[in-house]
Design a protein around this ligand. Structure first.
Ligand code: CP
Ligand code: NVA
Length: 297
């Protein structure tokens, strides 16, 4: 049984295949109109979502499948009425795969290990693999050869960054990780496990952005986080000055939702180098390719 939990569970060949299918669907959606005919996708969101909800929902329908959004509490997925594994067994009698967004990465991993139903990680506190594959598709469309792209991440050490690091470990592009020192020190041991000659940590955004042609950021405080860390992010707002220190062909990326005026200024978010809406759109083609991947026998 196939699941989609984290990018570092995959071989390069498998990710290449998912991206290639996404490109083909984008180019010729009609060829895929019945790829998921008679299949049903369940969606569970224990946190808010606009893009992931819409891209999975519309994407599945465009592949000829159907979608059911399920509320954890209503179906007893919160381990109170019956065990989550028991709920999964019952779900598998009706639906063909399940996307979950929650604050409990371990639970998603454990449910996938049951091999009862293909499980897709729609974001946890640990990672956001669907987002980063969509972003990689955007990068490949903007730069014909991703190997020449120098990416800089300026922001928090969070779920989106982790999936980006997982992707870097497979594709070996240059990635500068710029995170405030006070935050980074809590993740240093984790970071060291992934470190390589093209993956660097820097504390200074101006230093980190040099020679980069792709600047990525995200909110400073993620959904479900209680600690307000914004005080550590002085000089971390991606603004015109930071953009001007990068290469001329630089693109600005943000998974959205954005807090305008915090991690990014409105002139950058809405500016000519920003590809944020292309990222949002590409989420759908990637979700479709992931669905085809997990549902293929
Ligand atoms: N980028 C992203 O996952 O957006 P949502 O939280 O709105 O789904
Ligand atoms: N890091 C953000 C991403 C939202 C898509 C969060 O988890 O809230």
């Amino acid at each position: 049984m196939k699941h989609f939990i984290d990018i570092n569970n995959f071989k390069k060949k498998e990710i290449d295949e998912i991206i290639s299918v996404a490109k083909k669907i984008k180019k010729n959606p009609k060829n895929y109109f019945s790829s998921c005919k008679d299949k049903t996708l369940g969606l569970i969101f224990e946190k808010q979502s606009l893009r992931t909800r819409l891209s999975f929902n519309v994407g599945m329908q465009k592949l000829g499948g159907s979608v059911l959004e399920l509320q954890s509490k209503d179906i007893g997925f919160d381990n109170k009425r019956e065990k989550a594994e028991d709920v999964l067994n019952v779900l598998s009698q009706y639906i063909d795969c399940l996307m979950i967004r929650n604050n409990n990465h371990k639970q998603i991993v454990n449910l996938s290990k049951e091999n009862i139903l293909p499980i897709i990680n729609g974001l946890t506190e640990y990672s956001h693999p669907c987002q980063i594959l969509g972003d990689f598709l955007t990068i490949q469309e903007k730069f014909k050869n991703y190997k020449n792209v120098n990416i800089v991440w300026i922001g928090d050490y969070n779920n989106v960054l982790r999936s980006l690091i997982h992707l870097q470990n497979i594709y070996d592009f240059k990635l500068n990780v710029v995170v405030p020192n006070q935050i980074f020190k809590n993740y240093e041991n984790e970071f060291i496990k992934f470190k390589n000659k093209n993956l660097k940590y820097l504390a200074d955004p101006i230093e980190g952005v040099k020679k980069s042609n792709c600047i990525m950021t995200d909110v400073w405080v993620s959904m479900g986080e209680k600690n307000n860390k914004t005080k550590y992010f002085k000089n971390f707002t991606v603004n015109k000055k930071i953009m001007s220190k990068a290469e001329k062909n630089v693109i600005f990326m943000h998974c959205l939702p954005a807090k305008r005026g915090q991690e990014v200024t409105s002139d950058v978010l809405d500016g000519k180098n920003s590809v944020v809406l292309m990222q949002a759109k590409n989420r759908m083609y990637i979700q479709q390719a992931i669905l085809i991947y997990v549902l293929k026998k």
